[in-house]
Ligand binder design. Structure first.
Ligand SMILES: [Zn+2]
Length: 554
C-alpha cells in the first residue's frame, strides 16, 4: 500500500527522472478529463501521440525539457477531442464538392441553382446535389417538371437532406432506364403521378437505379474530395468519427490517405453490409476485427445495416400506419431474415452490428433479430447498436439495457424534426419519439452523433439539443417534451466517453488519461458552465489529434 501511494504521488518526478521530456505540454487550462477518477486538471503532457501525464500546471511544467513545445491555454477550457458517433464522411465530401442544397428555402431556388450549375457544366455531364428538404418549403414532395424544363440537357440527381430519397430530372430518368413500367425495386419506391408517369422522386433503394447510372469518382478524386470533409470535422473540434457505412471505394480512399498521414481523424468505419452475400462484407469478415490501423486512424470491427427508411420520406417502418398517410407503414430496405443472417455472421467473426432503425416496427424487429442471433451465437460483450432509435414503444424501451444494446442517437434529429413529426405519427406516438431520458433511466449509454451531412457536423448542435430540446434559435421556449432532456454531464459524455465505449475504443480515446491518445480540443468558452442558450456561440480555438494540431483558429 505504501509503495503504491508513493508511486502515485511521485509520478511526475519519476517520469522526469526515467523518461525523456515530453514533446508537448499544455498548461493553464480548465481541463474536463471525462475520467471519473480525476475529473478536472490544469495541464497535460504528450509524448509521441499519447498523453503521459495529466495534472497541475506546476507538475507538468516540471516535466518539460528544452525541446518541449509549450502551449499556454490562457485559462481556456480544454476537453477530450469530440467524437461524432454517427456521421457520413463520404456524403459530407460530396456535399462540399457538389451542390449544397441544405437550407434552400424553395423548390424554385433549387431549380435555379441547378440551372446555373448546368450552364457552367459540360453538356451531358451529371449535376449532383444534396440536402433539399420540402418541409422547409411547406409543400408536398416536388416533381421533376420544373427541374426538367430548366435543365433539359444534363442529367440531375438531387438527394434529399436525410439521404432517403432523390429527385431526378427526365434526362436522368432516361439514363437510368426508369419508365412508367419499371417495377419498384425491393426496399424502394418509384413515385408515380396520376397518369402513372414517374415523377422523378425515388425513395430509398429506388434511387440506386439512378445512382448506378452516374460514373463513379476515381480514387484520386475521392481522396481529394475527402480532405475538405476531414478539415471541416477538425474545425468543429472533432478528432473521432463513427462513419456509418463505408464501401470498398471509401475504404481504399481512407486507407490511402491514412498511409500518407493525411487522414486527420480516428475513424470507426462501419462496413456497409448491404446484403449477406456482399463480397466486400465477406472479405472484411474474413479479415476479422482490425482496430487501430495506421497508427490508430482507422478501426474496422463493425457492420452497418440500413434496416428501414426515414420519417421525412415516410420510409421508417411503423407498427401502425402514418397518421398523414393512412395506407403506409413504411418499409424494410432489407428483409429481416437477411439482417439476422448478417448478425449471426457478425457474432461469429467478432464484429459489432450497427443497425439503422428509425420507426417503432424497425426497432422492435431489430431487437428481436439481435436476441435471436445472440441465442445462436452467445457473446458477453457484443455492444450491438441501434442507429437512430427514433421512435420506440414503451415496452421496447427497457429492452436495450436488458440486452446490452446501445441506442446511438442524434440530438439534432429531434430539433430538426419537431416541427413536422407529430403530423407523421400523431399526438400519442410522438411522446415516444427521441426518448433520451426514458432510455437513459434504464441504464444505457447514449452516444451522440450528427448524422452529417443530414445535419451540421458541429457536435455542439447535438450537445445543445441534448440539454435543451431546443433548436439553434433556442425554440420552443422551455424545450420540446423537455422531460426527455439529458444533463450537461451526460451530454458531455455523449460526445466523449460514450462514443469511445460504443466503438470498443475506451482504452484509447474518450477521456484525457495518461496512456490514451493525445486528442483534445480547446474552446473559447466553457460549454459546461455557459448558459445553454450561449452554447452554439462557442468557437473552437484548437483541435489536437495525437499531439498534432490539426486545426487552429486564426
Ligand atoms: Zn446515417
Amino acid at each position: 500500500m505504501i509503495r503504491l501511494a508513493l508511486a502515485v504521488t511521485f509520478v511526475p518526478a519519476l517520469l522526469a527522472a526515467q523518461s525523456p521530456p515530453p514533446d508537448l505540454i499544455v498548461t493553464n487550462a480548465i481541463i474536463y478529463t471525462a475520467d471519473s477518477a480525476h475529473p478536472r486538471a490544469e495541464a497535460l503532457a504528450v509524448s509521441g501521440d499519447r498523453l503521459v501525464f495529466v495534472g497541475t500546471t506546476a507538475a507538468v511544467t516540471a516535466l518539460a525539457g528544452p525541446a518541449t513545445n509549450r502551449i499556454d491555454a490562457g485559462g481556456r477550457p480544454l476537453y477530450p477531442g469530440f467524437i461524432d458517433a454517427h456521421a457520413h464522411l463520404r456524403n459530407l465530401s460530396l456535399i462540399l464538392a457538389t451542390l449544397d442544397l441544405r437550407g434552400v428555402p424553395s423548390y424554385d431556388s433549387v431549380v435555379a441553382l441547378v440551372a446555373v450549375n448546368a450552364a457552367r457544366a459540360v453538356p451531358g455531364s451529371w449535376i449532383r446535389g444534396r440536402g433539399w428538404d420540402q418541409n422547409l418549403w411547406g409543400t408536398a414532395f416536388p416533381t421533376n417538371a420544373l427541374l426538367s424544363r430548366a435543365t433539359p440537357d444534363n442529367p440531375v440527381y438531387l438527394r434529399r437532406v436525410d439521404g432517403h430519397a432523390a429527385l431526378v430530372n427526365q434526362a436522368a430518368l432516361r439514363l437510368a432506364g426508369i419508365t412508367r413500367n419499371t417495377p419498384d425495386p425491393p426496399g424502394g419506391r418509384i413515385v408515380h403521378d396520376a397518369n402513372g408517369e414517374p415523377t422523378g422522386l425515388l425513395i430509398d433503394q429506388a434511387f440506386m437505379l439512378a445512382e448506378r447510372a452516374i460514373p463513379p469518382d476515381d480514387p484520386a478524386q475521392m481522396q481529394a474530395m475527402t480532405l475538405p470533409a476531414i478539415a471541416e470535422a477538425n474545425r468543429h473540434g472533432l478528432t473521432g468519427i463513427h462513419d456509418a457505412g463505408i464501401g470498398p471505394n471509401e475504404l481504399a480512399a481512407y486507407e490511402s490517405l491514412a498511409r500518407d498521414g493525411r487522414f486527420n481523424l480516428r475513424s470507426y468505419a462501419m462496413i456497409y453490409g448491404g446484403s449477406d452475400t456482399s463480397a466486400f462484407l465477406a472479405q472484411q469478415l474474413a479479415l476479422g476485427p482490425r482496430p487501430a490501423l495506421y497508427n490508430g486512424h482507422l478501426w474496422l470491427r463493425a457492420i452497418k445495416i440500413e434496416f428501414d427508411g426515414a420519417m421525412g420520406s415516410r420510409g421508417a417502418a411503423l407498427l401502425e400506419p402514418y397518421t398523414d398517410d393512412p395506407g403506409n407503414v413504411g418499409l424494410f430496405r432489407i428483409p429481416p431474415a437477411q439482417v439476422e443472417r448478417i448478425a449471426v455472421l457478425a457474432l461469429q467473426s467478432g464484429f459489432q452490428m450497427c443497425t439503422h432503425a428509425i420507426g417503432d416496427r424497425a426497432n422492435r424487429v431489430a431487437l428481436d433479430i439481435y436476441a435471436s442471433a445472440l441465442r445462436q451465437v452467445p457473446a458477453a460483450d457484443h455492444r450491438f447498436r441501434v442507429e437512430h432509435a427514433q421512435l420506440l414503444t414503451p415496452q421496447d424501451i427497457p429492452r436495450f439495457a436488458a440486452m446490452g444494446v446501445i441506442p446511438s442517437m442524434q440530438g439534432s434529429h429531434q430539433t430538426s424534426d419537431m416541427s413536422w413529426i407529430e403530423n407523421r405519427i400523431g399526438p400519442v406516438r410522438v411522446q415516444w419519439a427521441y426518448v433520451w431520458r426514458s432510455l437513459r433511466n434504464t441504464g444505457v449509454i447514449i452516444p451522440n452523433g450528427s448524422d452529417a451531412p443530414v445535419e451540421s457536423i458541429n457536435p455542439l448542435v447535438s450537445f445543445h439539443s441534448f440539454i435543451t430540446r431546443q433548436d439553434a434559435d433556442n425554440q420552443p421556449p422551455g424545450g420540446w417534451f423537455p422531460d426527455q432532456r439529458l444533463t450537461r454531464e451526460e451530454a458531455f459524455l455523449g460526445m466523449t466517453q460514450w462514443p469511445a465505449r460504443a466503438s470498443f475504443m475506451e482504452n484509447d480515446v474518450g477521456s484525457l488519461s495518461a496512456g490514451k491518445y493525445a486528442d483534445f480540443v480547446i474552446l473559447d468558452q466553457d460549454i459546461m458552465t455557459v448558459p445553454a442558450s450561449q452554447v452554439l456561440a462557442t468557437r473552437v480555438l484548437r483541435t489536437v489529434l495525437g499531439g498534432k494540431t490539426v486545426y487552429e483558429a486564426r
